[in-house]
Design a protein around this ligand. Sequence first.
Ligand SMILES: [Ca+2]
Ligand SMILES: [Ca+2]
Ligand SMILES: [Ca+2]
Ligand SMILES: [Ca+2]
Length: 306
Amino acid sequence: MHHSGHSNPKGRSKFLINKIFVQPKLIYMRYYLIHFLINMKSSKPVLIIALMTFFVASHGIAFAPPADPDIVVPRLQIPVSLDGAIVGNEWSDAMSQSATFDFYSDAEPPVYMGISRSGTIYLKHDCVNLWICIEIEDPTEDTGSWVAVFYDVSGDGTAGSAGDDEKGVLHPDDPYDNAMIPTPPGYDEDTNLGGVKNIQGASGWADETMVYEFMHPLNSGDSDGNDPALQPGGSILASFMIGDPDVERSRYASGGRYDLIITPCPVGGTIIQPNKTVILTPILAVIIISIVVVSRGFITYRNRLP
Ligand SMILES: [Ca+2]
Ligand SMILES: [Ca+2]
Ligand SMILES: [Ca+2]
Ligand SMILES: [Ca+2]
């Protein structure tokens, strides 16, 4: 591919801290702690210091930058034809995410070039494969335009660094499966690294719009190609990028980073029988309440009797 895999080196740890700690519950807990400290009768210094430390730490964490947005990837209901065109309602059951692809220079660090294109990312899964469509405004059709999804397989919080996976489509109709590697140019095709090409897809241009449609296994089993080992119910950090020789071959545009959450799938056809106690509890409650009300009414009636 004629591009490099830059990405925003934000920390995964910060993301996790946000996800775990920046919750309304925690904020309430902090106010509870203030109240507790003020009203504490006993003076146990160690306990006070521990609680103060927690309070200060939670205060700092609460003001950490926002996490990468979540995209909940639903299960496929409508089959897709991978032909590089959105036909009928084939993507209407997908999660769609509006994205602005900002073009950056190839410099280090990358510099925003003042060029942006708006697009939509569609995602859905069929429990085995992830299906992706990326639709981007593009005034001219250019051979060599590309789209790429970088998956943070290494789990270091950067999607597009060594150890990660890259999948995408080069226009026209040339899907590719790369691995990000530590040696220049920083990527290579899976098949050159002892891996397997695990992607199908197509691209098309019409009405000043590029459409890339592709799919790949959630878990290809190809560790040589740095492919993700996703499962229904799992999640992964992904970064979306496009390139266009019309802008300049060495430039690329980022469409943002998201946590893709793969919705769970039913396992093995197990039907969970409803618990009989759960069904009977409301019925029993109604019966008991009725008995109490009737007997109370009866007692009241009897007491009124001369
Ligand atoms: Ca299609
Ligand atoms: Ca990574
Ligand atoms: Ca592969
Ligand atoms: Ca790969």
